[in-house]
Design a protein around this ligand. Structure first.
Ligand code: URA
Length: 469
C-alpha cells in the first residue's frame, strides 16, 4: 500500500501532483491510500512519498473539463474522493474521451459529487448571515456562523472578499475560520457555534422582511425551501419565526400568515436564491468570454416556473440589454410561444452560456458558437438555476442547450419531439433553436419548420399543464 498525505482536505494541487506521478508510474489506484494532514496513521503504509514516474513515461494531458470536475470533486466530504479521482485519471490516460461518457458509473458518481459541492458553495454564498459585533478597539466586525457539508470554505473566501471588500468580517465554520480585515484574508482554526454571536438588533429587520416574503403555502405542504435545507434554518435569524408560522395557533399569527400570503412574492425564497445567484453571476470569470462581452445575461422569469427554456447564448442585442431572447430570435420565439398558447411570463428563460461570444467585424459583432469548454464552464450556472427553479419540464432550444443539459453532443433531429430524462430524473424536451428558423432562406421550408416549432411548443405547453397537475 502506498500512502499519500495531502496537506489539507481541499488540497487539489497536492492531489494533482501526486496522482499524475502515480498514473505515470502505473501504480494501481486500489493500492494507494490517500490521507489528509499528518494525524491520520496508516500502520500498513509502506511508502509515504509519490513514486517517481519512469524517465521514459510518455506525457499525457487531460481536458479542461476533467480538471474543472476534479477541482470540485476534491472539495467533497466523501473520504473516497481522492481515490475515485485517481481511478478516473488512470482510466482517462487510455480513454481520453471517457469524461464525456455520462453512462459510465465512475464519471456519473464524480459528476454527482461535483454537483453536490456546487450546491454547497452556492448555499454558503446565498445564506450566510452576518451579525455585527463591536471589537475591543471599538471597531465593528461582522461575524457569521456556517456549517458547510463539504470542504468549500477556502474556495468560497474570494467570493466574500469581493462581495464585502470594505467590511471587516469573519466566517466561522467547524473546520476552519476565515477573517477579512479590509486588506488581508487570514485563516484560523475551526470553531463552535457558541463562538459566534447569537443576537443582533439588525435581525429584527431581517425577520420582518422574511415574514413578508414567506410563502406559508409551501410550509403547509412541508416542501419549504428546497434551496434552504432545515440544517441551515437554525443558524438564520428568520427561522425564529418558523415555529410560529407553522403552528399558526394564534389568530394574530394566522392573520399575519394570510397577510403574508397575499403579499408574498410567490416562491419568495426561490426568488431570493435566484437573485443571489444572478448577482454572483454578474462577476463570473469562469471562462474568458466575460472580457469582450458587455455583461452577464442571466436567466429571467418566475423562480418557481414549471417550464424552463434553455437557449444557446445571448446575441448582440441581449448582450446590450442584459436580458435573454430579446433580439430577432427572441421575437420569433415570442411569436411562436404566443401561437402555441404558452405565456412566456410564466416560464423561466435562460441560456446555456451567459456571455455573448462574437467575432468583431468592423463595427459589427458576429455571433460565434460557444465551444465545449465554454459550455462546460457555464454549466455551473445552469445547474444551479435548475436546482433553484426546479422546473417540471426543461426545453433545450438547439444543440448547445442540449449539450449543456445532457453533457454530451446530441442530434436535434433524432432527439426532438419526445420526452427525455435529465440526470436528475426530470423531463426534458429538445427542439430547434429559433435562430435556425431565421436562417432558412426558402420561404416554404421556413414556414414549414416554423409550424413544426410551434407544434413542439404546443405539445410542451400541454405536457407542462399535465405535469403541474
Ligand atoms: N439566442 C439565444 O440562444 N439566446 C438568446 O438569449 C438570444 C439568442
Amino acid at each position: 500500500m502506498t500512502t499519500i498525505r495531502l496537506e489539507a482536505e481541499d488540497d487539489f494541487d497536492g492531489w494533482r501532483t501526486a496522482a499524475r506521478a502515480l498514473v505515470l508510474a502505473e501504480v494501481p489506484p486500489e493500492s494507494v491510500s490517500w490521507q489528509v494532514g499528518d494525524t491520520a496513521q496508516d500502520l500498513f503504509a509502506s511508502a509515504d512519498t509519490t513514486p517517481p514516474p519512469p524517465a521514459d513515461a510518455p506525457a499525457f494531458s487531460v481536458s479542461r473539463g476533467f480538471v474543472a470536475l476534479a477541482e470540485e470533486v476534491a472539495l467533497h466530504s466523501d473520504p473516497q474522493r481522492f481515490a475515485l479521482l485517481h481511478a478516473l485519471l488512470a482510466r482517462l490516460r487510455h480513454q481520453p474521451r471517457l469524461i464525456e461518457d455520462r453512462a459510465d458509473a465512475l464519471v456519473r458518481r464524480c459528476e454527482e459529487m461535483a454537483k453536490a459541492v456546487r450546491r454547497d458553495i452556492h448555499k454558503m454564498r446565498a445564506f450566510v448571515r452576518f451579525r455585527s459585533v463591536t471589537e475591543e478597539d471599538g471597531t465593528e466586525r461582522f461575524v457569521a456562523w456556517f456549517e458547510p457539508e463539504h470542504h468549500i470554505v477556502r474556495h468560497n473566501a474570494g467570493f466574500f472578499v469581493r462581495r464585502f471588500a470594505t467590511m471587516r468580517w469573519s466566517i466561522l465554520t467547524p473546520e476552519l475560520s476565515i477573517h477579512w480585515d479590509g486588506n488581508a484574508l487570514t485563516e484560523g482554526p475551526g470553531c463552535m457555534k457558541a463562538d459566534a454571536p447569537q443576537d443582533d438588533p439588525a435581525e429584527a429587520v431581517w425577520k420582518t422582511y422574511y415574514a413578508s416574503i414567506f410563502n406559508p403555502a409551501r410550509l403547509k405542504t412541508g416542501s419549504m425551501l428546497r434551496e434552504m435545507p432545515r440544517k441551515y434554518w437554525k443558524n438564520m435569524p428568520e427561522t425564529a419565526l418558523v415555529p410560529g408560522l407553522i403552528a399558526g395557533a394564534q389568530a394574530r399569527e394566522r392573520e399575519m400568515i394570510l397577510d403574508a400570503q397575499v403579499k408574498a412574492v410567490p416562491g419568495g425564497n426561490s426568488q431570493l436564491a435566484i437573485d443571489a445567484l444572478r448577482e454572483e453571476a454578474a462577476s463570473c470569470r469562469r471562462c474568458p468570454l466575460w472580457k469582450p462581452a458587455t455583461q452577464t445575461v442571466f436567466g429571467e422569469g418566475p423562480a418557481t416556473a414549471p417550464l424552463m427554456f434553455v437557449g444557446e447564448q445571448p446575441g448582440d442585442q441581449e448582450d446590450l440589454a442584459g436580458r435573454p431572447f430579446v433580439g430577432p430570435a427572441g421575437q420569433l420565439f415570442d411569436r411562436a410561444l404566443g401561437e402555441a398558447g404558452v405565456d412566456r411570463a410564466t416560464t423561466y428563460v435562460t441560456n446555456a452560456v451567459k456571455h455573448f461570444k462574437f467575432e468583431p467585424r468592423g463595427k459589427r459583432r458576429i455571433h460565434s458558437k460557444p465551444g465545449t469548454g465554454e459550455i462546460e464552464a457555464c454549466r455551473w450556472w445552469i445547474e444551479q438555476e435548475r436546482d433553484i427553479v426546479a422546473p417540471k419540464l426543461t426545453v433545450a432550444l438547439g444543440a448547445t442547450a442540449a449539450q449543456s443539459l445532457f453533457g454530451r453532443t446530441m442530434t436535434i433531429s433524432r432527439s426532438r419531439g419526445a420526452p427525455m430524462a435529465l440526470a436528475d430524473g426530470s423531463e426534458c424536451w429538445v427542439t430547434v433553436h429559433p435562430s435556425f428558423l431565421l436562417r432558412i432562406p426558402e420561404v416554404d421550408r421556413k414556414a414549414e419548420e416554423y409550424a413544426r416549432f410551434v407544434d413542439d411548443l404546443r405539445r410542451i405547453g400541454a405536457r407542462v399543464a399535465e405535469l403541474a397537475g
